[in-house]
Ligand binder design. Structure first.
Ligand code: C2E
Ligand code: CA
Ligand code: CA
Length: 640
């Protein structure tokens, strides 16, 4: 229904603009006609005045000639001679008849082509005013005195016809009409073309202002307008609509690999697939570089909205035909329901965007619904992000490194330490890395944070060494996203170490399994190994790394995730997994570290099953560099 209302509104707008255009056309035609008519009337009047004067002059001249020729005939009262002179009018068709009257007014003679009879006395000849303003349409009488040596000897009367003037004027008018018609037609054609061009330009401008040029979809401006209309139309308790906010995952990769022209083509294909996947009444728009949004009108329930989201994820899952290799992209979708999740287009978009952010954080190619709890979480994350940014900007203010020893299961000797980031915010609160590391990963702050941490570790090592300590190898955590975000990570790490004169061999990089399966992660891993760093796989068992990966990257150490250690030794399944991992690692000549060892029973089980290295609260909690110095000297005497 709303769809109909919208298309009706569109039609009404179209009609109105058509009417406006037609009115303008009529007006321009009328004004042209008026201008032409005025010009025509003026020209016609001018033509008339000039034509009349010329005609009168000609008639007067002819009358004067005939009168002069007739004077002798009048003086001698010779009707025959008079007849001959007036017969000269034969040659001038404008003069229909001529008569000579004697000085006493009696008719002497006459000549008429058309059988016209003059009255016998001059007094009966009708008088035509000397200079009539308007020639009568009927023939008129023109009188010319006949003189003989200044004395009037008679009167010549000519019956004259003005038809020739009228014909000339008629011809003139016809010509004028012709010219005017041709001019009008030409100008109409010309302005018609111009008008059409203007109309086309107007349409184009409208498209530019409201539609995205790459995909042809509505742009953010039009989308927000539609969203406002939709949210105003939704009644509480009525059928629900949904706003889906789509962010293409890793679109940058397509641009980087194929260039922006191909990137645009892929965007156009994305737009096409998305548009085709929703109903005609839904409004799909491109609202940012790689951001799309759709309003699902009357979707009914959140379940239906989720189904649409899954469908959109599916249609974008098909590879895009780029050369030489097809492009794979994903999409993260945030969903806000109308009208509950926002009372303005801005709030709805913000909330759907927020939900999208969470979807992205949970691994890509997924969707997430907005909720008010989410609002709180995202606000919290954003506060963390800006706090962390400030801390890193101030040289790591509030940040420090905690070290957790890894001990030999047999001898309790410290075989290494793991460096863990710590943050105390400006208001004195300690934030867990489990909380701020994901925020750092999303915002990209993980890159400067990782560099700060390595630098801080090097400074701590130098201080401990100056205090007479021998430092065991230090493990630093590097997340998969960190590898992706910083293609130069190996070079950057080596530079930092070189700056402190530390060898790469004194460090171990702890990576989760997901880093091995990503192409760029794998390249970085090769780089770390080639530079001399030892490699450890963190949280082993929670990802999907295969034995092939472990061999390929010459991983030195596996760290069994705490989740397998926690229920040891009582849990049969976990015990079996842990035993299998230890045996497999032994076969591959890979060292095994058990994480999160909290109880003596866990430690005993692990040691009995051949796990050589243990890490956990049972032995030591993560501690600052000062405490580590004490711990190291206390354990220096551990049995070898
Ligand atoms: P992780 O690499 O698995 O680190 C081990 C975590 O287990 C640490 O938590 C540590 O304090 C905790 N832990 C150690 N022994 C025990 C135990 O016996 N019982 C229990 N319940 N926990 C134990 P933490 O320091 O909170 O760090 C959490 C995660 O944050 C780390 O997990 C690591 O993935 C990440 N992280 C910490 N620092 C960094 C860093 O500098 N860079 C990166 N990329 N990630 C870091
Ligand atoms: Ca770790
Ligand atoms: Ca771990």
């Amino acid at each position: 229904m709303k769809n109909r209302a919208r298309s009706e509104a569109k039609d009404a707008a179209k009609d109105e603009s058509l009417q406006r255009r037609q009115r303008a056309r009529l007006l321009s035609l009328l004004s042209t006609l008026l201008a032409l008519s005025i010009a025509f009337v003026l020209l016609f009047a001018h033509q008339f005045v000039v034509g009349r004067r010329v005609l009168l002059e000609e008639l007067r001249a002819e009358a004067a000639i005939i009168a002069a020729n007739s004077s002798a005939a009048l003086v001698f009262d010779d009707a025959r001679a008079g007849q001959e002179t007036v017969a000269a009018i034969r040659h001038t068709p404008r003069i229909l008849a001529a008569a000579l009257y004697r000085a006493d007014g009696q008719l002497l003679t006459m000549h008429a082509e058309s059988g016209f009879i003059f009255p016998v006395h001059l007094a009966e000849v009708p008088v035509t005013p000397d200079l009539p303003l308007w020639f009568p349409l009927a023939p008129a009488m023109l009188r010319e005195p006949v003189l003989h040596e200044t004395a009037q000897v008679g009167t010549l009367v000519l019956r004259v016809d003005f038809a020739s003037l009228y014909w000339r004027l008629a011809e003139f008018a016809l010509g004028m009409f012709g010219i005017a018609a041709v001019a009008l037609a030409l100008s109409h054609r010309l302005t018609g073309r111009l008008r059409r061009r203007i109309a086309r330009t107007e349409e184009q401008l409208e498209r530019f202002a409201l539609y995205d040029q790459v995909t042809g979809l509505p742009n953010r401006r039009l989308f927000e307008r539609e969203l406002r209309r939709m949210s105003a139309a939704h009644r509480p308790g009525g059928p629900q609509g949904a706003l889906l906010f789509l962010d293409i995952d890793d679109f940058k990769k397509v641009n980087d690999a194929h260039g922006h022209a191909v990137g645009d083509q892929v965007l156009a294909m994305i737009g096409g697939r998305l548009r085709a996947a929703v109903r005609g009444s839904d409004i799909m728009a491109r609202i940012g570089g790689d951001e799309f949004a759709v309003i699902l009108t009357e979707v009914g329930s959140p379940d239906n909205a989720a189904n649409v989201a899954l469908k959109l994820i599916e249609v974008l899952g098909e590879p895009f035909p780029t050369e030489p290799v097809p492009s794979h992209i994903g999409v993260s979708i945030g969903i806000a329901m109308l009208p509950d999740d926002g009372d303005s287009p801005g709030a709805l978009l913000r909330n759907a965007d927020m939900a999208m952010y969470v979807a992205k954080g949970q691994g890509k190619n997924g969707y997430h619904f907005f909720s008010s709890a989410l609002d709180g979480k995202v606000r919290h994350d954003l506060a963390l992000e800006s706090g962390l940014r400030r801390a890193l900007g101030a040289g790591g203010e509030g940040l420090w490194v905690a070290y957790q020893p890894k001990l030999c299961a047999r001898t309790q000797r410290v075989l290494g330490v793991e460096a863990l980031a710590r943050w105390r915010t400006a208001d004195g609160q300690t934030v867990s890395p489990a909380e701020f590391i994901p925020v750092a990963e999303h915002s990209g702050l993980i890159v400067p944070l990782g560099e700060w941490l390595l630098d801080a570790v090097c400074r701590d090592i130098a201080r401990l060494r100056a205090g007479g300590m021998t430092m065991p190898p230090v493990a630093v955590n590097v997340s998969a996203l960190q590898l992706l975000r910083d293609p130069e990570i190996v070079g950057n790490f080596c530079r930092t170490l070189a700056g402190h004169g530390e060898p790469a061999e004194a460090f171990e990089i702890e990576l989760t399994e997901s880093a091995l399966t990503e192409a760029r992660g794998a390249a970085a891993l090769e780089g770390f190994r080639a530079a001399g760093f030892a490699l450890a796989i963190d949280d082993f068992g929670t990802g999907y790394s295969s034995l092939g990966y472990l061999r390929r990257f010459q991983v030195g150490t596996l760290k069994i995730d705490q989740s397998f250690v926690r229920r040891l030794p009582g849990h049969e399944g976990d015990a079996a997994i842990v035993r299998a991992v230890i045996q497999m690692a032994e076969a591959l000549n890979i060292a095994v570290v058990a994480e999160g060892v909290e109880t003596r029973a866990q430690a005993d089980f692990l040691a009995a099953n051949g796990c050589a290295i243990l890490q956990g609260y049972l032995f030591a909690r993560p501690m600052d560099a000062g405490a580590l110095a004490g711990f190291l000297s206390a354990h220096a005497g551990a049995a070898a």
